[in-house]
Design a protein. Structure first.
Length: 297
């Protein structure tokens, strides 16, 4: 039990000598490789989630220095479904409506009456420290969106609000990178949010028995300047509502990712807009999880 409890903290996916593994991270330099009781390594985060759902014992293996491995996104490319929520903080919904970059059906109401869902292609995922593609010549309006992401543990369909938190495995950070000109011109959000590298994720998943995603401070800094600052308790549609709505008709599976929406302070919200360019560094911090930092290259 002690090992089980100790492993319920920061979890990372890493690559070492072309072998992928999962480790518990002490938050500093040391990864503790995770093993099943029979000594078999845990090879993927989905494997770890499945093992925990099956009640299998997971224990610490050998220690690895962080400097000797390559950190991957906690659920690496191609990830599971990446469900995303649009306009889920009131002040951001209003800034986006004012920006002139909104289009389509969603533009009719600044604050939506029901959650707006879209998805990002699962190939968009990159790790902490990897470069966001500047996409020069393709987009003129590259933007960041700091978001808390929910990782589904036990899946299901028809999950009710009251039970929804039992289906959360943990939380991580996602930058919902967006090409605003494509988001506007093509009327639908999938295309402008699914360019290669447009889903930086990580650095770790923190399990739901350690933190409560419904009350976490979140900040986004660009080149050291604070652009976004909020608390996840201000979500218009909270995590249980999001899970109930999504799962009403879609079966959720272990490892599915729900990016819960971004608060006020995205680049397009400024006048004139503060879009990203080559060399800019986007850092997203969420209380209890850590910091996700990616430069534009
Ligand atoms: Mg978003």
């Amino acid at each position: 039990m002690q090992n089980e409890r100790r492993s319920a903290m920061k979890l990372v996916t890493y690559e070492r000598e072309e072998q992928v593994g999962v480790a518990r991270w002490d938050g500093q330099r040391t990864f503790h490789r995770l093993l099943l009781a029979d000594g078999e390594p845990v090879y993927s985060m989905l494997g770890l989630i499945q093992a925990r759902l099956a009640g299998m014992t997971v224990v610490d293996g050998d220690m690895i220095d962080r400097g000797n491995v390559r950190l991957l996104a906690p659920i690496p490319r191609p990830a599971r479904n990446i469900f995303c929520v649009g306009k889920n903080y009131r002040a951001h919904a209003e800034e986006f409506s004012r920006s002139g970059y909104e289009s389509g059906q969603q533009a009719q109401d600044a604050v939506p009456a029901a959650p707006i869902f879209f998805t990002k292609a699962p190939e968009t995922v990159i790790a902490d420290g990897e470069a966001i593609w500047a996409a020069e010549g393709v987009t003129e309006a590259l933007d960041y969106e700091a978001e808390l992401a929910v990782i589904i543990g036990r899946g299901g369909r028809g999950i009710m609000k009251a039970d929804a938190m039992d289906h959360v495995f943990g939380y991580t950070i996602v930058n919902d990178v967006t090409a605003r000109d494509w988001q506007k011109r093509h009327q639908q959000w999938f295309l402008g949010k699914s360019f290669d590298t447009f889903a930086p994720m990580g650095p770790a998943i923190v399990t739901a028995d350690t933190i409560d995603g419904r009350n976490l401070e979140l900040r986004c800094l660009v080149n050291g300047e604070v652009r976004q600052k909020a608390n996840t308790r201000d979500l218009i549609f909270d995590i249980p509502i999001l899970i109930e709505t999504l799962s009403a008709g879609i079966t959720l599976y272990p490892g599915d990712i729900i990016a819960t929406g971004t608060p006020e302070g995205v680049g397009v919200g400024f006048k004139p807009p503060k879009f990203l360019g080559k060399g800019d560094v986007v850092r997203i911090e969420i209380e209890g999880i850590g910091a996700l930092e990616n430069s534009v290259g």
